[in-house]
Design a protein around this ligand. Structure first.
Ligand code: ADP
Ligand code: MG
Length: 178
């Protein structure tokens, strides 16, 4: 299957979730995620039915700012931080320290589809593939179980994640499930 076919299939399943299911599953994912959030962290603001991680108990963390059609950087968010609507209508910080990719200890990555080998598909712009290549951070993907597919079609630039957290389990690179 082509990437675009797999994206459509996984997005259709995610789009079928109710707001109630999203809230409940997101809460379970945040609970599993929190123990790993140590050091300098990069999160994201959810878009559509993406896993919502806004409720993590952190005072400050990096959020993506799209700089260019295909590049992004992360800027430190804090409570009361001035924000503005950026690419795709997503809120981005317009103040706060710009983080360097190698300053990050953990980066939490949104997912459209994933497979058991921890490969992911995004929306097809490659923002995270470009960014993750420069990072030494622990790469944690968050998704709902319904976004898992048999096999993600991969290309040489696709970056594999270290861990994927869903509402029912944590999948790690070495194949461990817990
Ligand atoms: P996504 O990861 O968002 O699902 P793709 O993996 O399909 O998207 O990548 C989208 C585009 O971005 C591709 O055309 C790919 O060539 C380009 N791309 C991704 N990573 C890089 C990179 N590190 N350097 C140059 N181009 C890249
Ligand atoms: Mg990719």
């Amino acid at each position: 299957m082509m990437k675009e076919t797999v994206r459509k299939l996984a997005l259709a399943r995610r789009n079928a979730l109710t707001q109630r299911e999203i809230a409940c599953k997101s809460k379970a994912i945040v609970q599993r995620l929190e123990p790993y959030l140590k050091g300098t962290i990069a999160l994201y603001r959810s878009y559509g039915n993406e896993v919502c991680i806004d409720d993590v108990h952190l005072k400050s963390y990096g959020l993506p700012v799209v700089l260019h059609d295909t590049y992004m950087c992360f800027r430190m968010w804090h409570k009361g931080c001035k924000m503005k609507k950026g690419a795709y209508g997503i809120q981005e910080p317009i103040e706060g320290k710009v983080l360097l990719a190698d300053e990050l200890d953990v980066i939490v990555v949104p997912i459209v589809a994933f497979d058991e080998h921890l490969y992911r598909l995004g929306h097809g712009k490659g923002y995270y593939d470009r960014y993750l290549k420069q990072c030494r951070a622990l790469k944690i993907g968050v998704a709902y179980d319904c976004q898992q597919v048999e096999k993600v079609p991969i290309e040489p630039h696709d970056v594999c994640l270290d861990m994927i957290i869903t509402e029912t389990c944590i999948r790690k690179k070495d194949g461990a499930l817990n």
